[in-house]
Ligand binder design. Structure first.
Ligand SMILES: [Zn+2]
Length: 421
């Protein structure tokens, strides 16, 4: 039998194991924030990798701000050396999931199976993807394939909150490098026939406007910081939003609306706390947090200058109001190079397994590809995995078992192709 058929058969034969392993991962409630059960989940994944003949290491990001004894930031990496111990492939999945939120009709951590789908928080984003990576590697082994290059599988923390104690940490300490593994696949849920080649940039900033407190019965004696913020918010709606809407990226970002630059007002907080006892005062402070997504064709510096100019102009009519702008998070856009072997290998595998060509997409948000590209210096990185992106972070999040099996096959075949280069 041809090696490809043997690998595909081994995935099919492992169906029950793959389903049960995915469900076991979902049953460990690795909710972030605050970072529950990371230790237990990393250990569970590490034990499975050890059973699959990986050498397993645990890397704790104990210097990270998010790390504490109560909520340790534990990452796990398994390495299986190839016959020539050459450079190879890294498969990475984040073990954290977002809080379940409201609206569930089943227990979000019971991993219920219904209509050939597994239901649970984090099943699609991205514990099914981790299972696909683990069993892609196992199917290669069971099919008697020995890769020339090394294969690494990591389970990392905190992707949902920026990935700084996860992939960024492993790249910073030199545990993920281009020399070890020049090719990276992140099995995030971008749909089983799509390859995700990067994401837009992110600029989160906080704006504080400051006025002067006075008695609320004589507001003309004070300066309202809320009135100042209102001027800025109005300018954003009237001027910035239409300008951003006019900018279209050449990257294939999905959904279509996200091909344009965007800004969102994440929160506004001014004056006395609305739920507290009120005393009559003019608000001398107002704070808002903004989420600006910028395109590959823009730069962070331009995005920030534009915001600065807009605020200054908006507050011209209120010279008594002062303001402070504080950068909270900056992520540059990333894009896998055209013609990257990792795109070619996955496209070939998708054609074999699903019988049709892959579609290239880019993410409207951001994910750990930025850390592989910028810190580890690995441009040949993409996201490809089981699950529908629209279901991520939703109530009754679920993933089709057929998708998990297909993604497992695709990742196994692509890994064989890449590790043999
Ligand atoms: Zn994810």
């Amino acid at each position: 039998m041809h090696v490809i058929d043997r690998i595909v058969n081994e995935v099919d034969r492992a169906t029950d194991e793959i389903v049960e392993f995915t469900r076991d991962l979902v049953r460990i409630p690795t909710i972030n924030p605050p970072g529950d059960e990371y230790d237990a989940c990393a250990q569970f994944l590490g034990d499975q990798l050890a059973r699959h003949r990986f050498e397993v290491e645990y890397v704790v990001a104990d210097a990270s701000e998010a790390h504490s004894t109560r909520y340790p930031r534990v990452n796990v990496i398994g390495t299986r050396r190839g016959s020539h111990d050459g450079p190879g492939v890294h498969l990475n999945g984040h073990i954290d999931v977002v809080p379940p939120g409201l609206g569930w009709t089943v227990d979000p951590f019971a991993a219920v199976v219904r209509d050939d789908r597994i239901i649970g928080r984090g099943v699609c984003d991205m514990k099914a993807g981790i299972a696909a990576a683990v069993f892609a590697a196992e199917a290669l082994q069971r099919a008697g394939v020995e890769l020339p290059g090394r294969l690494e599988i990591s389970g990392t923390v905190d992707e949902e909150s920026g990935g700084f104690a996860g992939v960024a940490h492993l790249a910073q300490v030199g545990r993920i490098t281009k020399t070890r593994t020049p090719f990276v696949i992140i099995p995030e849920p971008l749909n089983v026939d799509r390859i995700c080649i990067g994401h837009r940039g992110v600029y989160w900033f906080a704006l504080t406007t400051k006025g002067q407190i006075a008695h609320g019965s004589m507001p003309f004696l004070g300066v309202s910081a809320i009135a100042g913020m209102t001027e800025v918010l109005a300018a954003i709606r009237r001027e910035l939003e239409p300008a951003l809407h006019g900018r279209l990226t050449a990257m294939p970002v999905v959904p279509d609306g996200a091909r344009r630059a965007t800004i969102n007002v994440n929160s506004v907080d001014g004056g006395q706390h609305v739920d507290g006892v009120q005393t009559p005062c003019v608000a001398d402070r107002c704070r808002a947090v903004f989420d600006r997504r910028f395109l590959l064709e823009e730069t962070f510096e331009c995005a920030k200058d534009e915001v600065m100019a807009l605020i200054t102009k908006a507050l011209k009519s209120m010279p008594e109001v002062t303001f402070e702008l504080c950068d909270l998070m900056v992520v540059d856009p990333v894009r896998t190079p055209d013609g990257s072997p990792v795109i070619g290998a996955l496209d070939g595998a998708i054609r074999r397994v699903l019988g049709s060509a892959a579609r290239l997409v880019a993410s409207p948000g951001t994910y750990d590809q930025k850390h592989f590209a910028r810190i580890a210096g690995i441009p040949d990185c993409v996201a490809y995995g089981p699950g529908e992106i629209e279901l991520a972070h939703q109530p009754n999040e679920s993933c089709a078992i057929a998708d998990i099996l297909n993604a497992t096959k695709v990742i196994a075949l692509a890994t064989l192709d890449l590790a043999s280069r």
